[in-house]
Design a protein around this ligand. Structure first.
Ligand code: SAM
Ligand code: DTB
Ligand code: SF4
Length: 333
């Protein structure tokens, strides 16, 4: 808190009155902002304390990603290499064959991943895609991996089918605050996003939902994104916090990068607001120093993507992550 007298602690509305907050507590934008702008040491002490109440602080869950259908997407998400609205280096492909997906998933398991996340560059799956998707979920589950899909919007019937197939998580990010959303995407609304999230939740699957920092949004937008996430009927079980990977040819290729301290503050706030959720340090780790990642883990991040490719962009090599884990004394969950 800049300008505060030494030793002075700014009371945090409602926080002070109820220190033992329920996991389902409703957050206001004002309360979240008050926590966000605490002195950095106070913020991280608090987030690390909350983290220890719910998780082993030295264990990090490992997920691995596979792009099962690349490019040619009709949506115009301003950050995305796979949108057909932008001229990027990504070439469109058809849906990958089940055998190839299973072979990749097997490698992921051997490398220590416990969750396998598969993404398709679709606005939504077409009815004709659903049989193949259900087969993919069954085949990957048989390897003993948790499964996660991100296929765009789902209707309730599709969500029920995926749930019945045994899908563990569905990833569908809100990406930013409701008010900044139209500056990022014009082909769907924030409300569309929330509709799919409610179908996923009501169908009984776990929700993976987060966003991207560094798209030109304000600090308030970042905080408000977390307010929306934490106030969903149930906080998402998994919260990916992505740092924008600037992609040549997209409208956000030259977006002003987010500072590391501001990034870590959001990770800490996510941990405090969603104490029992996995907070995933997602895209953008290749551009982060070990020290920044260490601060993110201290702030409460406890999941990462491993493997040298995300969907289309780079991620640290396995050896770099092994070295990082050794340096920090971290272990895979
Ligand atoms: N088409 C599906 C959808 O949009 O839900 C699934 C794939 S989409 C690529 C998954 C998420 O990756 C996006 O919601 C966004 O948060 C993240 N993402 C995509 N491109 C990114 C980039 N350049 N930098 C950081 N995160 C990105
Ligand atoms: C998420 O929040 N991040 C992952 C996953 N969910 C699907 C995707 C990151 C994509 C980074 C850019 C790319 O690889 O093209
Ligand atoms: Fe399509 Fe998803 Fe990329 Fe948006 S983020 S353009 S929906 S693949």
């Amino acid at each position: 808190m800049l300008g505060a007298k030494e030793g002075e602690t700014k009371p945090i509305p409602s926080q002070e009155k109820s220190p033992a907050r329920a996991v389902t507590q409703e957050w206001t934008s004002q309360d979240a902002w008050a926590v966000y702008q605490l002195p950095f040491n106070d913020l991280l002490f608090r987030s690390q304390s909350v983290h220890r109440e719910h998780f082993d602080p030295n264990r990090v869950q490992l997920s691995r990603l596979l792009n099962i259908k690349t490019g040619g997407c009709p949506e115009d998400c301003g950050y995305c290499s796979q949108s057909s609205h932008h001229s990027t280096a990504v070439a469109p492909s058809k849906l990958m064959e089940v055998e190839k997906i299973v072979a990749e998933a097997r490698k992921a398991k051997e490398s220590g991943a416990t969750r396998y996340c598969m993404g398709a560059a679709w606005r939504n799956p077409k009815p004709r895609d659903m049989d193949a998707i259900v087969e993919i979920v069954g085949a990957v589950k048989q390897l003993g991996l948790e499964t996660c899909l991100t296929l765009g919007m789902l209707d309730r019937g599709q969500a029920d089918r995926l749930s019945a197939a045994g899908l563990d998580y569905y990833n569908h990010n809100i990406d930013t605050s409701e008010s900044y959303y139209p500056s990022v995407i014009s082909t769907r609304t924030f409300a569309d996003r929330l509709d799919t999230l409610s179908h996923v939740h009501e169908a009984g699957m776990k929700v993976c939902c987060g966003g991207i920092l560094g798209m030109g949004e304000s600090e308030q937008d970042r905080v408000d994104m977390l307010v929306t996430l934490s106030n969903l009927p149930k906080a998402p079980e998994s919260v990916p916090i992505n740092m924008l990977i600037p992609i040549a040819g997209t409208p956000m290729a030259k977006a002003p990068p987010i500072g590391p301290i501001e990034f870590v503050r959001i990770v800490a706030l996510a941990r405090i607001m969603m104490p029992a959720s996995f907070v995933r340090l997602s895209a953008g780790r290749s551009a982060m120093t070990d020290e920044m990642q260490a601060l993110c883990f201290f702030a409460g991040a406890n999941s990462i993507f491993v493997g040298d490719t995300l969907l289309t962009a780079g991620n640290p090599q396995d050896e770099a992550d092994r070295k990082l884990f050794r340096r920090l004394g971290l272990e895979a969950l």
